[in-house]
Ligand binder design. Structure first.
Ligand code: UD1
Ligand code: CA
Length: 507
Protein backbone atom coordinates (compact mmCIF):
# COMPACT_ATOMS: atom_id res chain seq x y z
CA UNK A 1 0.00 0.00 0.00
CA UNK A 2 1.56 3.34 -1.01
CA UNK A 3 1.94 5.64 1.96
CA UNK A 4 0.77 9.15 1.38
CA UNK A 5 2.64 12.02 3.00
CA UNK A 6 0.52 14.72 4.61
CA UNK A 7 0.91 18.33 3.50
CA UNK A 8 1.88 19.35 7.03
CA UNK A 9 2.35 18.03 10.54
CA UNK A 10 1.86 20.39 13.49
CA UNK A 11 3.44 19.35 16.78
CA UNK A 12 1.95 21.15 19.81
CA UNK A 13 4.52 21.89 22.51
CA UNK A 14 3.61 25.27 24.00
CA UNK A 15 2.37 23.96 27.36
CA UNK A 16 4.27 24.52 30.60
CA UNK A 17 4.29 20.92 31.86
CA UNK A 18 4.08 22.09 35.49
CA UNK A 19 3.51 18.59 36.87
CA UNK A 20 7.06 17.61 35.97
CA UNK A 21 8.21 20.08 38.68
CA UNK A 22 11.37 20.64 36.74
CA UNK A 23 13.66 23.44 35.64
CA UNK A 24 13.94 21.51 32.38
CA UNK A 25 11.04 22.03 29.95
CA UNK A 26 8.85 18.91 29.94
CA UNK A 27 9.36 18.09 26.26
CA UNK A 28 13.13 18.08 26.77
CA UNK A 29 13.09 15.25 29.32
CA UNK A 30 14.58 12.12 27.75
CA UNK A 31 13.56 8.50 27.46
CA UNK A 32 15.59 5.97 25.49
CA UNK A 33 18.24 8.60 24.89
CA UNK A 34 16.08 11.16 23.12
CA UNK A 35 13.90 13.97 24.42
CA UNK A 36 10.13 13.54 24.29
CA UNK A 37 10.08 16.20 21.60
CA UNK A 38 12.79 14.43 19.61
CA UNK A 39 10.67 11.26 19.60
CA UNK A 40 7.56 13.23 18.56
CA UNK A 41 9.28 15.15 15.78
CA UNK A 42 11.01 11.99 14.51
CA UNK A 43 7.65 10.19 14.19
CA UNK A 44 6.15 13.23 12.44
CA UNK A 45 9.10 13.68 10.10
CA UNK A 46 8.89 9.99 9.16
CA UNK A 47 5.65 10.68 7.27
CA UNK A 48 7.58 13.02 4.98
CA UNK A 49 5.34 16.07 5.31
CA UNK A 50 6.08 19.07 3.15
CA UNK A 51 5.87 21.29 6.24
CA UNK A 52 6.67 20.41 9.83
CA UNK A 53 5.82 23.02 12.47
CA UNK A 54 6.37 22.95 16.22
CA UNK A 55 4.31 25.35 18.36
CA UNK A 56 6.19 26.83 21.31
CA UNK A 57 5.62 29.26 24.15
CA UNK A 58 6.89 27.93 27.49
CA UNK A 59 10.72 28.18 27.71
CA UNK A 60 10.56 29.30 24.10
CA UNK A 61 14.27 30.00 23.48
CA UNK A 62 15.52 26.82 25.10
CA UNK A 63 13.03 24.60 23.30
CA UNK A 64 13.50 26.43 19.98
CA UNK A 65 17.23 25.77 20.00
CA UNK A 66 16.51 22.15 20.89
CA UNK A 67 14.15 21.98 17.87
CA UNK A 68 16.96 23.36 15.73
CA UNK A 69 19.31 20.61 16.83
CA UNK A 70 16.65 17.95 16.20
CA UNK A 71 16.15 19.40 12.70
CA UNK A 72 19.91 19.03 12.22
CA UNK A 73 19.83 15.37 13.25
CA UNK A 74 16.85 14.68 10.97
CA UNK A 75 18.39 16.80 8.21
CA UNK A 76 15.15 18.55 7.35
CA UNK A 77 13.47 21.89 7.97
CA UNK A 78 11.38 22.19 11.11
CA UNK A 79 9.51 25.47 11.55
CA UNK A 80 8.74 27.08 14.88
CA UNK A 81 5.45 28.92 15.51
CA UNK A 82 4.96 31.05 18.60
CA UNK A 83 1.70 30.80 20.49
CA UNK A 84 0.38 34.11 21.84
CA UNK A 85 -1.51 34.88 25.07
CA UNK A 86 -4.65 33.07 23.99
CA UNK A 87 -4.58 29.63 25.64
CA UNK A 88 -5.68 26.29 24.27
CA UNK A 89 -4.84 23.65 21.71
CA UNK A 90 -7.05 25.38 19.11
CA UNK A 91 -5.09 28.59 19.42
CA UNK A 92 -1.85 26.61 19.23
CA UNK A 93 -2.95 25.05 15.92
CA UNK A 94 -4.08 28.46 14.66
CA UNK A 95 -0.66 29.92 15.43
CA UNK A 96 0.96 27.02 13.53
CA UNK A 97 -1.14 27.83 10.47
CA UNK A 98 0.39 31.32 10.32
CA UNK A 99 3.70 29.60 9.41
CA UNK A 100 2.11 27.65 6.55
CA UNK A 101 1.01 28.80 3.07
CA UNK A 102 -2.41 30.49 3.31
CA UNK A 103 -3.78 28.52 0.40
CA UNK A 104 -2.37 25.16 1.52
CA UNK A 105 -4.71 22.24 0.96
CA UNK A 106 -4.43 18.53 1.65
CA UNK A 107 -4.06 16.78 4.98
CA UNK A 108 -2.76 18.48 8.11
CA UNK A 109 -1.81 16.16 10.99
CA UNK A 110 -1.74 17.49 14.57
CA UNK A 111 0.27 15.68 17.27
CA UNK A 112 1.76 16.50 20.69
CA UNK A 113 5.37 17.05 21.67
CA UNK A 114 4.97 15.03 24.88
CA UNK A 115 3.66 11.79 23.31
CA UNK A 116 6.84 9.80 22.69
CA UNK A 117 5.69 6.29 21.70
CA UNK A 118 3.60 7.34 18.71
CA UNK A 119 5.06 5.83 15.54
CA UNK A 120 5.27 6.98 11.97
CA UNK A 121 3.25 3.95 10.85
CA UNK A 122 0.36 4.91 13.14
CA UNK A 123 0.40 8.41 11.64
CA UNK A 124 0.43 6.91 8.15
CA UNK A 125 -2.53 4.69 9.08
CA UNK A 126 -4.41 7.76 10.35
CA UNK A 127 -3.70 9.71 7.14
CA UNK A 128 -4.57 6.70 5.00
CA UNK A 129 -7.92 6.18 6.76
CA UNK A 130 -8.68 9.91 6.69
CA UNK A 131 -8.04 10.24 2.97
CA UNK A 132 -9.67 6.94 1.98
CA UNK A 133 -12.88 8.00 3.74
CA UNK A 134 -12.66 11.56 2.41
CA UNK A 135 -13.06 12.85 5.96
CA UNK A 136 -12.71 16.50 6.91
CA UNK A 137 -11.50 15.50 10.36
CA UNK A 138 -10.30 12.12 11.65
CA UNK A 139 -9.42 11.87 15.31
CA UNK A 140 -7.34 9.03 16.75
CA UNK A 141 -9.22 7.67 19.78
CA UNK A 142 -8.60 4.94 22.33
CA UNK A 143 -10.64 3.03 24.89
CA UNK A 144 -9.01 3.34 28.28
CA UNK A 145 -9.71 1.95 31.74
CA UNK A 146 -9.36 5.35 33.39
CA UNK A 147 -10.54 8.16 31.09
CA UNK A 148 -10.40 10.87 33.79
CA UNK A 149 -8.83 14.08 32.51
CA UNK A 150 -9.24 13.30 28.83
CA UNK A 151 -11.70 14.71 26.31
CA UNK A 152 -14.45 12.14 25.62
CA UNK A 153 -15.53 10.88 22.22
CA UNK A 154 -19.29 11.46 21.96
CA UNK A 155 -20.92 9.37 19.23
CA UNK A 156 -24.44 9.73 17.81
CA UNK A 157 -27.13 7.05 17.68
CA UNK A 158 -25.57 5.67 14.49
CA UNK A 159 -22.22 5.39 16.24
CA UNK A 160 -20.63 8.21 14.25
CA UNK A 161 -18.44 10.84 15.87
CA UNK A 162 -20.53 13.79 16.96
CA UNK A 163 -18.24 15.93 19.09
CA UNK A 164 -15.53 15.85 21.74
CA UNK A 165 -16.32 17.06 25.25
CA UNK A 166 -13.57 17.99 27.69
CA UNK A 167 -13.60 16.45 31.17
CA UNK A 168 -14.20 19.84 32.78
CA UNK A 169 -17.16 20.58 30.50
CA UNK A 170 -18.66 17.10 30.77
CA UNK A 171 -21.77 15.96 32.62
CA UNK A 172 -21.99 12.64 34.42
CA UNK A 173 -23.19 10.72 31.34
CA UNK A 174 -20.28 11.99 29.19
CA UNK A 175 -17.75 11.34 31.96
CA UNK A 176 -18.85 7.70 31.95
CA UNK A 177 -17.62 7.32 28.34
CA UNK A 178 -14.40 5.29 28.17
CA UNK A 179 -13.41 6.33 24.64
CA UNK A 180 -10.99 9.24 24.78
CA UNK A 181 -9.52 11.77 22.39
CA UNK A 182 -5.81 11.10 21.97
CA UNK A 183 -5.24 14.64 20.72
CA UNK A 184 -3.85 13.29 17.45
CA UNK A 185 -5.80 14.20 14.33
CA UNK A 186 -5.85 14.45 10.57
CA UNK A 187 -7.63 17.53 9.19
CA UNK A 188 -8.49 18.77 5.75
CA UNK A 189 -6.47 22.00 5.71
CA UNK A 190 -9.26 24.32 4.60
CA UNK A 191 -11.74 22.89 7.14
CA UNK A 192 -9.21 23.34 9.94
CA UNK A 193 -8.50 26.92 8.91
CA UNK A 194 -12.18 27.92 8.58
CA UNK A 195 -13.36 26.14 11.73
CA UNK A 196 -10.54 27.53 13.92
CA UNK A 197 -11.59 31.05 12.94
CA UNK A 198 -14.97 30.28 14.48
CA UNK A 199 -13.80 28.56 17.70
CA UNK A 200 -14.39 30.68 20.83
CA UNK A 201 -13.19 30.43 24.42
CA UNK A 202 -16.65 29.98 25.91
CA UNK A 203 -15.93 26.90 28.04
CA UNK A 204 -14.95 25.84 31.56
CA UNK A 205 -11.26 26.62 30.99
CA UNK A 206 -11.57 29.79 28.89
CA UNK A 207 -9.41 28.17 26.22
CA UNK A 208 -9.65 27.92 22.48
CA UNK A 209 -10.25 24.16 22.09
CA UNK A 210 -8.98 22.36 19.00
CA UNK A 211 -11.64 19.75 19.76
CA UNK A 212 -14.37 22.28 18.93
CA UNK A 213 -13.33 22.02 15.27
CA UNK A 214 -15.06 18.64 15.14
CA UNK A 215 -18.49 19.90 16.15
CA UNK A 216 -18.15 22.91 13.84
CA UNK A 217 -17.05 20.81 10.87
CA UNK A 218 -19.84 18.30 11.40
CA UNK A 219 -22.56 20.91 11.70
CA UNK A 220 -21.17 22.48 8.51
CA UNK A 221 -21.91 19.19 6.76
CA UNK A 222 -18.36 17.78 6.64
CA UNK A 223 -17.53 14.16 7.38
CA UNK A 224 -15.85 13.63 10.75
CA UNK A 225 -14.76 10.28 12.18
CA UNK A 226 -12.80 8.63 14.96
CA UNK A 227 -10.22 5.93 14.25
CA UNK A 228 -9.70 3.79 17.33
CA UNK A 229 -6.26 2.46 18.17
CA UNK A 230 -5.71 -0.66 20.29
CA UNK A 231 -2.23 0.45 21.24
CA UNK A 232 -2.96 2.91 24.05
CA UNK A 233 0.76 3.39 24.85
CA UNK A 234 1.20 5.14 21.51
CA UNK A 235 -1.15 7.97 22.42
CA UNK A 236 -0.10 8.35 26.05
CA UNK A 237 1.57 11.59 27.11
CA UNK A 238 4.09 12.13 29.87
CA UNK A 239 2.64 14.63 32.31
CA UNK A 240 4.74 13.82 35.37
CA UNK A 241 7.85 11.80 36.20
CA UNK A 242 5.85 8.70 37.08
CA UNK A 243 4.39 8.60 33.58
CA UNK A 244 7.81 9.48 32.16
CA UNK A 245 9.30 6.36 33.77
CA UNK A 246 6.35 4.19 32.68
CA UNK A 247 6.67 5.37 29.09
CA UNK A 248 10.43 4.95 29.27
CA UNK A 249 10.12 1.35 30.42
CA UNK A 250 7.53 0.52 27.77
CA UNK A 251 9.54 2.17 25.00
CA UNK A 252 12.60 0.22 26.16
CA UNK A 253 10.59 -3.00 26.14
CA UNK A 254 9.59 -2.29 22.54
CA UNK A 255 13.14 -1.44 21.47
CA UNK A 256 14.61 -4.55 23.13
CA UNK A 257 11.91 -6.74 21.62
CA UNK A 258 12.53 -5.38 18.12
CA UNK A 259 16.25 -6.18 18.46
CA UNK A 260 15.45 -9.71 19.61
CA UNK A 261 13.14 -10.18 16.62
CA UNK A 262 16.00 -9.01 14.40
CA UNK A 263 18.36 -11.68 15.74
CA UNK A 264 19.94 -10.25 18.89
CA UNK A 265 20.11 -12.50 21.97
CA UNK A 266 18.99 -10.59 25.06
CA UNK A 267 19.37 -12.83 28.08
CA UNK A 268 17.35 -10.62 30.43
CA UNK A 269 15.14 -8.01 28.71
CA UNK A 270 14.05 -6.65 32.11
CA UNK A 271 17.54 -5.42 32.99
CA UNK A 272 18.60 -4.44 29.49
CA UNK A 273 18.27 -0.79 28.47
CA UNK A 274 18.84 0.18 24.85
CA UNK A 275 18.46 3.71 23.50
CA UNK A 276 16.58 4.43 20.28
CA UNK A 277 19.67 5.18 18.20
CA UNK A 278 21.67 2.06 19.14
CA UNK A 279 22.58 -0.26 16.26
CA UNK A 280 22.96 -4.00 17.02
CA UNK A 281 23.94 -6.59 14.43
CA UNK A 282 22.33 -10.03 14.38
CA UNK A 283 23.95 -12.52 16.76
CA UNK A 284 25.05 -9.92 19.25
CA UNK A 285 24.53 -11.28 22.78
CA UNK A 286 23.48 -8.94 25.58
CA UNK A 287 24.00 -10.35 29.07
CA UNK A 288 21.94 -9.09 32.06
CA UNK A 289 22.43 -5.60 33.46
CA UNK A 290 23.49 -3.78 30.30
CA UNK A 291 22.78 -0.18 29.29
CA UNK A 292 23.59 0.92 25.74
CA UNK A 293 23.24 4.66 25.34
CA UNK A 294 23.41 7.12 22.47
CA UNK A 295 24.96 6.00 19.22
CA UNK A 296 26.37 2.63 20.25
CA UNK A 297 27.06 0.35 17.31
CA UNK A 298 27.73 -3.31 18.13
CA UNK A 299 28.90 -5.76 15.46
CA UNK A 300 27.93 -9.40 15.01
CA UNK A 301 28.91 -12.02 17.59
CA UNK A 302 30.02 -9.45 20.15
CA UNK A 303 29.07 -10.26 23.74
CA UNK A 304 28.21 -7.31 25.96
CA UNK A 305 27.87 -7.67 29.72
CA UNK A 306 26.94 -8.68 32.24
CA UNK A 307 26.77 -5.32 34.01
CA UNK A 308 28.12 -3.00 31.35
CA UNK A 309 27.28 0.59 30.43
CA UNK A 310 28.38 1.90 27.05
CA UNK A 311 27.63 5.32 25.54
CA UNK A 312 28.39 6.24 21.93
CA UNK A 313 30.73 3.27 21.72
CA UNK A 314 31.56 1.08 18.74
CA UNK A 315 32.25 -2.60 19.36
CA UNK A 316 33.78 -4.80 16.66
CA UNK A 317 32.78 -8.27 15.56
CA UNK A 318 33.22 -10.97 18.19
CA UNK A 319 34.57 -8.66 20.88
CA UNK A 320 33.69 -9.29 24.53
CA UNK A 321 32.98 -6.46 26.95
CA UNK A 322 32.38 -7.53 30.53
CA UNK A 323 31.53 -5.34 33.56
CA UNK A 324 32.78 -2.26 31.77
CA UNK A 325 31.94 1.44 31.68
CA UNK A 326 32.76 3.05 28.35
CA UNK A 327 31.95 6.24 26.50
CA UNK A 328 32.98 7.54 23.07
CA UNK A 329 35.25 4.53 22.67
CA UNK A 330 36.01 2.14 19.83
CA UNK A 331 36.66 -1.52 20.62
CA UNK A 332 38.14 -3.59 17.81
CA UNK A 333 37.01 -6.92 16.44
CA UNK A 334 37.84 -9.84 18.68
CA UNK A 335 39.08 -7.58 21.46
CA UNK A 336 38.53 -8.43 25.14
CA UNK A 337 37.56 -5.74 27.64
CA UNK A 338 36.92 -6.10 31.35
CA UNK A 339 35.97 -7.08 33.89
CA UNK A 340 36.12 -3.71 35.69
CA UNK A 341 37.50 -1.56 32.88
CA UNK A 342 36.79 2.15 32.43
CA UNK A 343 37.07 3.38 28.84
CA UNK A 344 36.86 7.15 28.63
CA UNK A 345 36.39 9.25 25.48
CA UNK A 346 38.98 8.78 22.75
CA UNK A 347 39.84 5.20 23.64
CA UNK A 348 40.49 3.10 20.54
CA UNK A 349 41.42 -0.51 21.12
CA UNK A 350 42.62 -2.41 18.06
CA UNK A 351 41.48 -5.79 16.84
CA UNK A 352 42.26 -8.65 19.26
CA UNK A 353 43.52 -6.16 21.83
CA UNK A 354 42.93 -6.48 25.55
CA UNK A 355 42.06 -4.10 28.36
CA UNK A 356 41.83 -6.03 31.60
CA UNK A 357 40.78 -5.58 35.19
CA UNK A 358 41.07 -2.13 36.76
CA UNK A 359 42.37 -0.51 33.61
CA UNK A 360 41.36 3.08 32.83
CA UNK A 361 41.98 4.58 29.39
CA UNK A 362 41.45 8.01 27.88
CA UNK A 363 42.50 9.47 24.50
CA UNK A 364 44.45 6.31 23.91
CA UNK A 365 44.97 4.50 20.62
CA UNK A 366 46.04 0.97 21.40
CA UNK A 367 47.02 -1.05 18.34
CA UNK A 368 46.01 -4.45 17.09
CA UNK A 369 46.86 -7.28 19.45
CA UNK A 370 48.25 -5.00 22.15
CA UNK A 371 47.40 -5.72 25.76
CA UNK A 372 46.96 -3.73 28.92
CA UNK A 373 45.98 -6.58 31.17
CA UNK A 374 45.96 -5.28 34.74
CA UNK A 375 45.67 -2.25 37.06
CA UNK A 376 46.82 0.47 34.69
CA UNK A 377 46.00 4.03 33.61
CA UNK A 378 46.62 4.82 29.93
CA UNK A 379 45.94 8.50 29.20
CA UNK A 380 46.92 10.47 26.09
CA UNK A 381 48.88 7.68 24.51
CA UNK A 382 49.52 5.79 21.32
CA UNK A 383 50.54 2.16 21.63
CA UNK A 384 51.57 0.22 18.53
CA UNK A 385 50.70 -3.35 17.65
CA UNK A 386 51.30 -6.50 19.69
CA UNK A 387 52.81 -4.63 22.61
CA UNK A 388 52.29 -5.52 26.26
CA UNK A 389 51.97 -2.97 29.05
CA UNK A 390 52.97 -4.51 32.38
CA UNK A 391 50.65 -4.57 35.37
CA UNK A 392 50.22 -1.53 37.55
CA UNK A 393 51.60 1.05 35.14
CA UNK A 394 50.68 4.72 34.84
CA UNK A 395 50.90 6.92 31.79
CA UNK A 396 51.76 10.09 33.68
CA UNK A 397 50.16 12.51 31.25
CA UNK A 398 49.69 15.59 33.40
CA UNK A 399 52.45 17.71 34.85
CA UNK A 400 50.03 19.98 36.67
CA UNK A 401 49.95 22.44 33.77
CA UNK A 402 49.35 20.53 30.58
CA UNK A 403 48.52 17.10 29.23
CA UNK A 404 51.29 15.39 27.23
CA UNK A 405 51.35 12.26 25.08
CA UNK A 406 53.24 9.02 25.39
CA UNK A 407 54.06 7.08 22.24
CA UNK A 408 54.91 3.40 22.43
CA UNK A 409 55.93 1.30 19.42
CA UNK A 410 55.01 -2.20 18.30
CA UNK A 411 56.14 -5.51 19.85
CA UNK A 412 57.17 -3.65 22.98
CA UNK A 413 57.23 -5.48 26.34
CA UNK A 414 57.11 -3.11 29.26
CA UNK A 415 57.60 -4.32 32.83
CA UNK A 416 55.21 -4.06 35.72
CA UNK A 417 54.88 -0.84 37.68
CA UNK A 418 56.31 1.37 34.94
CA UNK A 419 55.68 5.13 34.99
CA UNK A 420 55.72 6.88 31.61
CA UNK A 421 56.48 10.54 32.26
CA UNK A 422 55.00 12.21 29.15
CA UNK A 423 56.06 13.40 26.70
CA UNK A 424 58.10 10.30 26.08
CA UNK A 425 58.56 7.76 23.27
CA UNK A 426 59.36 4.06 23.46
CA UNK A 427 60.70 2.52 20.23
CA UNK A 428 59.61 -0.72 18.55
CA UNK A 429 60.63 -3.93 20.25
CA UNK A 430 61.90 -2.17 23.39
CA UNK A 431 61.73 -3.73 26.87
CA UNK A 432 61.65 -2.27 30.35
CA UNK A 433 62.30 -3.67 33.79
CA UNK A 434 59.79 -3.64 36.60
CA UNK A 435 59.47 -0.38 38.45
CA UNK A 436 61.05 1.75 35.73
CA UNK A 437 60.30 5.46 35.60
CA UNK A 438 60.54 6.29 31.90
CA UNK A 439 61.51 9.97 31.68
CA UNK A 440 63.71 9.67 28.59
CA UNK A 441 62.91 8.16 25.22
CA UNK A 442 63.72 4.46 24.90
CA UNK A 443 65.31 3.55 21.53
CA UNK A 444 63.99 0.61 19.52
CA UNK A 445 65.20 -2.68 20.93
CA UNK A 446 66.66 -1.17 24.12
CA UNK A 447 66.02 -2.39 27.66
CA UNK A 448 65.13 0.48 29.99
CA UNK A 449 65.89 -0.13 33.61
CA UNK A 450 66.04 2.28 36.46
CA UNK A 451 66.96 0.47 39.57
CA UNK A 452 69.01 1.28 42.58
CA UNK A 453 70.21 -2.12 43.80
CA UNK A 454 68.10 -3.60 46.56
CA UNK A 455 69.84 -3.45 49.98
CA UNK A 456 68.89 -5.85 52.81
CA UNK A 457 69.64 -4.76 56.38
CA UNK A 458 70.15 -7.99 58.23
CA UNK A 459 68.49 -8.41 61.62
CA UNK A 460 66.58 -5.11 61.36
CA UNK A 461 63.26 -6.55 62.55
CA UNK A 462 64.63 -8.45 65.53
CA UNK A 463 66.51 -5.31 66.58
CA UNK A 464 63.79 -2.71 66.00
CA UNK A 465 60.62 -4.75 66.63
CA UNK A 466 61.73 -7.07 69.40
CA UNK A 467 59.04 -9.44 70.63
CA UNK A 468 56.74 -8.81 67.67
CA UNK A 469 55.22 -11.68 65.74
CA UNK A 470 57.43 -10.74 62.82
CA UNK A 471 60.55 -10.86 64.99
CA UNK A 472 59.54 -14.22 66.38
CA UNK A 473 58.91 -15.61 62.89
CA UNK A 474 62.27 -14.29 61.71
CA UNK A 475 63.98 -15.83 64.74
CA UNK A 476 62.38 -19.19 64.02
CA UNK A 477 63.43 -18.98 60.36
CA UNK A 478 67.01 -18.26 61.38
CA UNK A 479 67.03 -21.07 63.93
CA UNK A 480 65.83 -23.64 61.40
CA UNK A 481 67.59 -22.38 58.26
CA UNK A 482 70.69 -24.11 56.89
CA UNK A 483 73.88 -22.21 57.78
CA UNK A 484 74.57 -21.04 54.21
CA UNK A 485 71.69 -18.48 53.82
CA UNK A 486 73.01 -16.08 56.45
CA UNK A 487 76.23 -15.68 54.48
CA UNK A 488 74.28 -14.79 51.34
CA UNK A 489 73.34 -11.40 52.70
CA UNK A 490 73.45 -9.25 49.55
CA UNK A 491 70.45 -9.40 47.20
CA UNK A 492 70.88 -12.44 45.02
CA UNK A 493 71.45 -11.75 41.37
CA UNK A 494 68.07 -12.42 39.87
CA UNK A 495 69.27 -11.92 36.32
CA UNK A 496 68.28 -9.00 34.14
CA UNK A 497 65.12 -7.05 34.52
CA UNK A 498 64.15 -8.24 31.08
CA UNK A 499 63.01 -11.39 32.84
CA UNK A 500 60.57 -9.19 34.73
CA UNK A 501 59.18 -7.94 31.45
CA UNK A 502 58.84 -11.45 30.10
CA UNK A 503 57.08 -12.52 33.26
CA UNK A 504 54.33 -10.05 32.39
CA UNK A 505 53.55 -11.25 28.99
CA UNK A 506 50.27 -12.97 28.23
CA UNK A 507 49.63 -13.28 31.95
C1 UD1 B 1 -6.21 17.78 25.16
C2 UD1 B 1 -7.56 17.63 24.48
C3 UD1 B 1 -8.27 16.43 25.07
C4 UD1 B 1 -7.42 15.19 24.91
C5 UD1 B 1 -6.07 15.40 25.54
C6 UD1 B 1 -5.16 14.25 25.25
C7 UD1 B 1 -8.24 19.85 23.86
C8 UD1 B 1 -9.12 21.00 24.19
N1 UD1 B 1 -8.32 18.82 24.68
O1 UD1 B 1 -6.43 18.02 26.54
O2 UD1 B 1 -9.53 16.24 24.41
O3 UD1 B 1 -8.07 14.07 25.51
O4 UD1 B 1 -5.46 16.58 24.98
O5 UD1 B 1 -3.99 14.39 25.97
O6 UD1 B 1 -7.55 19.89 22.88
N2 UD1 B 1 -0.71 22.86 24.14
C9 UD1 B 1 -0.27 23.97 23.46
N3 UD1 B 1 -0.84 25.16 23.72
C10 UD1 B 1 -1.85 25.30 24.61
C11 UD1 B 1 -2.31 24.16 25.30
C12 UD1 B 1 -1.72 22.95 25.04
O7 UD1 B 1 0.64 23.88 22.65
O8 UD1 B 1 -2.32 26.42 24.78
C13 UD1 B 1 -0.06 21.57 23.90
C14 UD1 B 1 0.63 21.04 25.12
O9 UD1 B 1 1.99 21.46 25.14
C15 UD1 B 1 0.52 19.54 24.94
C16 UD1 B 1 -0.80 19.39 24.18
O10 UD1 B 1 -1.07 20.63 23.59
O11 UD1 B 1 1.55 19.04 24.13
C17 UD1 B 1 -1.95 18.96 25.07
O12 UD1 B 1 -2.10 19.88 26.11
P1 UD1 B 1 -2.82 19.46 27.46
O13 UD1 B 1 -3.03 20.69 28.25
O14 UD1 B 1 -2.13 18.32 28.07
O15 UD1 B 1 -4.20 18.87 26.90
P2 UD1 B 1 -5.66 19.24 27.29
O16 UD1 B 1 -6.01 20.52 26.62
O17 UD1 B 1 -5.90 19.08 28.71
CA1 CA C 1 -2.14 16.10 28.48
Amino acid sequence: MPQHSPAAVIVLAAGAGTRMKSATPKVMHPIAGRSLLHHAITAAAGTGPEHLVVVLRHAREQVASHVESIAGVLDRSVLVADQDDVPGTGRAAECALTQLPEDMDGTVVVTYGDVPLLTTSTLFALVEHHEAQSNAVTVLSANVANPAGYGRIVRDAAGDLERIVEQKDADEAVRAIGEINSGIYAFEASVLRDALARVDTDNAQGEKYLTDVIGIARSGGSRVAALTTDDVWQVEGANDRVQLAQLGRELNRRIVESHMRAGVTVVDPETTWIDSDVVLAPDVTIQPGVQLHGACDIAADAVIGPDTTLSDTEVGEGATVIRTHGSLAVIGAGAAVGPFSYLRPGTELGASGKLGAFVETKNAQIGEGSKVPHLTYVGDATVGEHSNIGASSVFVNYDGVKKQRTTIGSHVRMGSDTMYIAPVTVGDGAYSGAGAVIRDDVPAGALAIKEGRQRNIEGWVEKNRPGSAAAQAAQLAHDTAPESTAADSAAPDRGTSADDADRNKES
